[in-house]
Write a protein that binds this ligand. Structure first.
Ligand SMILES: Nc1ncnc2c1ncn2[C@@H]1O[C@H](COP(=O)(O)OP(=O)(O)OP(=O)(O)O)[C@@H](O)[C@H]1O
Ligand SMILES: [Mg+2]
Length: 457
């Protein structure tokens, strides 16, 4: 081996020197030999020196490489010994803490943390013996003294003999992620608010449309009741005159004449129907008020059992009456159809669909609506078909979009179907679809579960 040679050379060199000293001088040959060997030794030394320098360079380069990697890392990195004393720290960590390396090396890793996380960090040396700690959230102490939320990983570090010698902690700031997440949440909330507002404003729009009809509708039964009351008032006077005469004990002939004169018999026959008519009028008013109340009830309505057939009939006749040319209505539905769900929402959907159907038949001399309610095993379907022009193919894809309308400004907001679809799918657990009927006109199908939602009031 190369490295054993100099030792041999050296011993022979010593021997030679000894030899020279003891013999009192060296021959020229021996001197040459000594010099030759010294040369060789010197050459070897130089060689070692170069090799050493080379190794040093490599070491420095490796060191530099590691340093540059650690510095370039945007994640923070801390290397600690098994007792949690900081051994190494990267630039990102220094930047975050605003401290110099000298201030931190040798200190406990806990000083990097703040709040609750301090105790957590103290447990790292113990915990990391069993397993790596992954993705735990902690708060480190920022340069400004504020806590910096950070996602931390802590893994055990082993020495070249495979013995646990410490731990490596890496962390990534959560700030950005958090902020993005919060912004997303805010945006979502704003969207939800906007949507709620849309539902509300759509309600207001339908309400506005109905108010005109309502005034008209209320006017009818009320004038009816008024008329009847005036008639009854007149009858009261005549009855009083007649009864006074009877009670005064006037001759029978006179009473008889008065009875004919005042048309008492007819009057008595009229009183019944007049009272019945007034009662009916009052009931109509009461129904209208009940219908109106639905528009005023808040959005989050409870679930209850209600008769779908009655609701469909009410909603359809109600809207149909508020239009100029009342359409012919054809109902095909069970006498009674109890379903469990949100009555108010179903009512609103039906009103929207019927209003659209009637709008579509505006030009028709004899508008006609076919309403068909079918019960299936677990669902019910309400088909509302008009005899208007139908929906152009290219519009079919868009009619459920918000603000899609073909109506002139001020007439339609384009929200009716959008809101109705949302109510049908999200609030009622059902579905709403549109198609053109093979025999003309548009047909909307509202599908609802027979039983939906909890049993809240
Ligand atoms: N029965 C129908 N026949 C033909 N087209 C229809 C029918 N129903 C809806 N549409 C079309 O779908 C569009 C959107 O309807 P939607 O109810 O969403 O809004 P709108 O009726 O225009 O306005 P709003 O209901 O907000 O007052 C209508 O403008 C119309 O073009
Ligand atoms: Mg509409």
């Amino acid at each position: 081996m190369h490295h054993s040679e100099p030792a041999d050379d050296r011993s022979t060199f010593t021997e030679l020197a000894d030899q020279a000293l003891s013999s009192g001088g060296l021959g020229e040959e021996a001197w040459v030999e000594v010099i030759r060997r010294m040369d060789r030794i010197y050459a070897d030394l130089v060689h070692y020196q170069i090799e050493l320098e080379h190794k040093n360079e490599e070491l420095e380069e490796a060191q530099h490489f590691i340093d540059s990697v650690l510095t370039a890392m945007s994640d923070v990195l801390v290397v600690a010994d098994i007792n949690g004393r900081i051994q190494r720290i990267n630039q990102a960590m220094l930047d975050m803490t605003g401290k110099r390396a000298e201030e931190l090396l040798g200190r406990d890793i806990a000083i990097l943390f703040t709040g609750e996380s301090v105790n957590m960090a103290r447990e790292f040396p113990q915990k990391v013996r069993d397993h790596a700690i992954t993705d735990c959230e902690a708060e480190m102490l920022g340069a400004d003294g504020e806590p910096v939320p950070i996602a931390i990983n802590c893994s055990p570090r082993y020495d070249s003999n495979g013995v646990l010698s410490g731990m490596v902690i890496t962390g990534r700031q959560l700030g950005e992620l958090r902020r993005a997440y919060r912004e997303l949440q805010d945006a979502h909330q704003r969207l939800k608010d906007a949507q709620r507002q849309l539902v509300q404003s759509e309600k207001m729009a339908s309400l506005g449309r109905l108010v005109a009809g309502v005034a008209h509708e209320l006017n009818n039964p009320i004038s009816f009741v008024f008329g009847n009351m005036h008639a009854l008032k007149r009858y009261e006077n005549r009855l009083r005159r007649y009864l006074d005469t009877v009670h005064q004990g006037r001759p029978a002939a006179e009473v008889e004449t008065l009875r004919r004169q005042l048309k008492i018999d007819r009057l008595l026959k009229d009183i019944g129907p007049l009272i019945d008519g007034s009662l009916e009028g009052a009931e109509r008013v009461s129904t209208i008020v009940q219908n109106l109340r639905r528009f005023a009830t808040p959005n989050h309505q409870g679930f209850s059992w209600f008769d779908l057939s009655r609701l469909v009939e009410n909603a359809v006749t109600w809207v149909a009456k508020t239009t100029r040319t009342t359409p012919e209505l054809h109902f095909d539905m069970p006498e009674e159809l109890p379903i469990h769900g949100s009555e108010g929402h179903v009512h609103q959907i039906l009103i929207n669909l019927v209003q659209n159907a009637i709008d579509a038949m505006e030009e028709l001399a004899q508008p006609r609506l076919d309403i068909h309610v079918v019960r299936q095993s677990k669902r019910v379907e309400v088909h509302i078909r008009d005899h208007g022009p139908g929906i152009p193919e290219e519009h079919l894809l868009h009619i459920f979009d918000p603000f899609f309308t073909t109506k002139e400004v001020g007439k339609g907001t384009g929200l009716g179907l959008y809101i109705s679809y949302g109510l049908a799918t999200e609030q009622c657990g059902g579905d709403l679809s549109a198609r053109n009927h093979p025999e003309g006109g548009a047909e909307f199908v509202l599908s609802l579960p027979l039983e939906h939602g909890g049993t809240s009031a």
